[in-house]
Ligand binder design. Structure first.
Ligand SMILES: C[S@@+](CC[C@H](N)C(=O)[O-])C[C@H]1O[C@@H](n2cnc3c(N)ncnc32)[C@H](O)[C@@H]1O
Length: 672
């Protein structure tokens, strides 16, 4: 499969840039030179790149910050940090940590930061029942073992953009030569951010700009498009030429890049730029084919993903999948506080900062001179290596102390342990996963993080609520295609077919009904279900939610409570969903610098109440649960006693007459 020639994504955006959702890129494109730093022309199907730009891959790598004690920070600052502990406290805490940790633990994670985030689960193979649908973005077993799978993303750019939501002043200059402390860390991160942005003259931007410039119909826009080195204008190949091209092993990289830019430009303003006699679909087909070969997708998935977005944005999405997401950790509040954890890790040579204002437990790791998956704090369960997107469903679930919670598909337990922490080890979390093997890492994480309120079990989620029901809240972090986490698992690019999506959607629909039925509508504090996936596909997200709304009239969608994220689709390629689906939230790598993710939150109400509401709204249908558990809508059978009274009287009279009795006199207006 084709690989990109170099790491060309623009500067990674902040983890959630609140403005990003509403802004498509606003930059303008000039004509772009063919990319010449990729060596000689070569077929796209060859591996080309490994290192990325010098600067990003290594040129700017800073040495680990000196391990001096950091300055004490102002108490209660509102910069995203809590108070910083005294050095003395820190020492005693570190000592404690060593005491806590099991000295017999196998030593050392030997990989780099990026290795930690990789996920070696098999996703979609075979029918739904047989699948190991372990797509997730959390750590499995404690991260002591170097992961084997190395994709091209294994070269982590040193610059991971800090959170714009936390950025405040631009006048704090970073002091490259001095030590990194809690006080200057943010300023340094911002400086890196600014540098990264300056460096961002990359392909995705350029293609984006091509489209925008075209759409703007600006007079300055070059009408004729790109002229190649031989002075030839771009000509869209005919289907026959494409076939010929394929037969000789595909086009060279420069040609593909140029064609992608040109097709994007034309599709940005078709009327103006299309060649006479060529259709929009010809340009679209060519662009999709080139995306597939350039980024290494199968044609089916390339098209499916392409169709999710406007042209320029689609390219940004594909580009974002080529770059790893920031390494993030979640503080385990059962064991420590974020400021204490941060302080300790800083002293070990880790550069980090709070992820953003939307979470008070997350930290983004920029650099580390120690393996972040094998620090004493890690082993002592002070944090979980967890993708930022994985915080979202638990924030939406908002578990309350003392509640009973079901995590229906929970291994390896990133979200389970987060829920347990929010419950402050009260109540109970039933952490289920159908894959027994995966429950081992779940159990290991539960122990490491000191969760005492978790019960691990292994059922097919579809057996709930028969196994157990009446939960205050249920999380269904469903098995999915993993199309939101391609940067972590590039095998998704080639191993998904139409059948996979049909089966997955089917399984997700079955699971969501069982999840709904496991929620107690009578819960005093809850009565909620959160459905999430790390997929960007509509059939795994909005279509599943829409199905649940149709099949269970006693549920309604409510706000997720998440501060950002794009609204779910209410219409998609000819399909219309319940308008309330707008309340669901989508997250994207190219917009939020997070894994692609989807979150929906439902309130479950009593069935009787739901029926009553239906009647009030004059809904002429009833919910019928069939023997096989299928729920259908059927016309209501109504009975009006006043209307039937004369008929009943007449029947009584006839019966009395037949028995030789004197019938009761007819009442006025009685029907004869
Ligand atoms: C996205 S992962 C869950 C990640 C987990 N929530 C976390 O945060 O660590 C999906 C999980 O669903 C499990 N699974 C697949 N089919 C299932 C089923 N029918 N019932 C229950 N779990 C299932 C897989 O084994 C996998 O662990």
């Amino acid at each position: 499969m084709g690989r990109r020639a170099k790491n060309k994504q623009g500067a990674p955006m902040p983890l959630h840039d609140p403005n990003a959702e509403t802004r498509p890129s606003t930059k303008k494109l000039g004509k772009r030179k063919a990319n010449l730093d990729e060596g000689d022309a070569q077929p796209v199907t060859k591996k080309i790149r490994s290192g990325g730009k010098d600067k990003s891959a290594g040129g700017k790598a800073k040495s680990a910050p000196p391990k001096k004690a950091p300055k004490k920070h102002a108490a209660g600052s509102d910069d995203g940090w809590e108070d910083v502990v005294d050095e003395a406290d820190l020492k005693s805490q570190t000592k404690l940590l060593f005491n806590d940790s099991d000295e017999d633990e196998p030593t050392g994670f030997t990989g780099d930061l990026h290795d930690i985030g990789s996920d070696d689960d098999d996703l979609m193979l075979g029918p739904a029942e047989e699948l190991d649908l372990g797509s997730d973005d959390e750590e499995d077993e404690p991260q002591l073992i170097k992961r084997h799978k190395k994709s091209k993303q294994s070269v982590r750019p040193t610059k991971i953009i800090p959170t714009a939501s936390d950025a405040s002043s631009s006048d704090e200059e970073s002091d490259e030569d001095g030590r990194t402390t809690m006080a200057n860390m943010e300023a340094r991160s911002r400086a890196l951010d600014a540098e990264a942005l300056l460096d961002a003259d990359l392909d995705a931007d350029e293609m984006q700009l091509a489209v925008e410039a075209a759409a703007a119909e600006d007079d300055d826009v070059e009408m004729e498009g790109e002229i190649d080195d031989d002075g030839d204008a771009f000509v869209l190949p005919t289907p026959q030429e494409r076939e010929e091209e394929k037969s000789v092993g595909g086009p060279n990289v420069q040609l593909v890049q140029r064609r992608m830019r040109e097709c994007a430009r034309v599709l940005g303003n078709f009327k103006r730029f299309a060649a006479k006699g060529r259709s929009r679909s010809e340009y679209t087909d060519q662009l999709i084919a080139d995306i597939a070969s350039y980024y290494g997708y199968n044609d089916f998935l390339a098209e499916k993903l392409f169709l999710l977005f406007p042209v320029a944005e689609a390219i940004e999405f594909f580009e974002a999948n080529e770059v790893p997401r920031p390494v993030t950790i979640r503080t385990n509040t059962l064991r420590t506080r974020r400021r204490d954890l941060a302080q300790t890790l800083v002293n070990r040579g880790v550069t980090l900062e709070p992820i953003g204002k939307w979470t008070n437990v997350g930290l983004q790791v920029f650099e580390s001179s120690v393996p972040i998956g094998a620090t004493p704090e890690y082993l002592a369960g002070h944090y979980m290596l967890q993708a930022a997107s994985s915080f979202l469903p638990v924030i939406a679930l908002a578990p309350q102390p003392k509640e009973r919670i079901l995590d229906m598909a929970s291994a390896p337990g990133g979200k389970t342990t987060h829920i347990a922490a929010l419950l402050q080890n009260t109540g109970a979390v039933f952490a289920n996963d159908s894959n027994k093997h995966r429950t081992k890492s779940l159990t290991a994480n539960v122990h490491r993080l000191g969760c005492k309120n978790v019960v691990v079990c292994s059922y097919d989620g579809r057996e709930f609520p028969k196994v157990m029901g009446g939960f205050d809240r249920v999380l269904l972090d469903a098995p999915c295609s993993g199309t939101g986490v391609i940067s972590k698992d590039s095998s998704v690019k080639v191993n998904k077919s139409e059948r996979d999506f049909v089966l997955l959607s089917h399984l997700q629909k079955q699971l969501i009904l069982c999840a709904i039925d496991s929620v107690s509508p009578e819960s005093k504090t809850g009565g909620y279900l959160v459905y999430s996936t790390c997929s960007v596909m509509v059939e795994e997200n909005e279509a599943v939610v829409d199905y649940a709304l149709r099949k269970r009239p006693n549920v309604k969608l409510v706000e997720t409570g998440l501060e950002f994220g794009r609204e779910g689709y209410t219409k998609f390629r000819g399909k219309a969903f319940n308008p309330a689906v707008k309340l669901t939230r989508r997250f994207y790598p190219h917009v939020h610098n997070m894994d692609g993710f989807f979150v929906a939150k439902f309130k479950v109400e009593k069935r009787a109440k739901a029926k009553k509401e239906d009647e009030e709204e004059d809904v002429a249908e009833d919910v019928i649960v069939q023997e096989d558990g299928e729920v259908t809508m059927e016309p209501k059978v109504t009975f009006d006693p006043a209307e039937d009274k004369p008929y009943l009287e007449e029947a009584t009279r006839r019966r009395m007459k037949a028995k030789g009795l004197r019938p009761i006199p007819r009442t006025v207006n009685a029907t004869a």
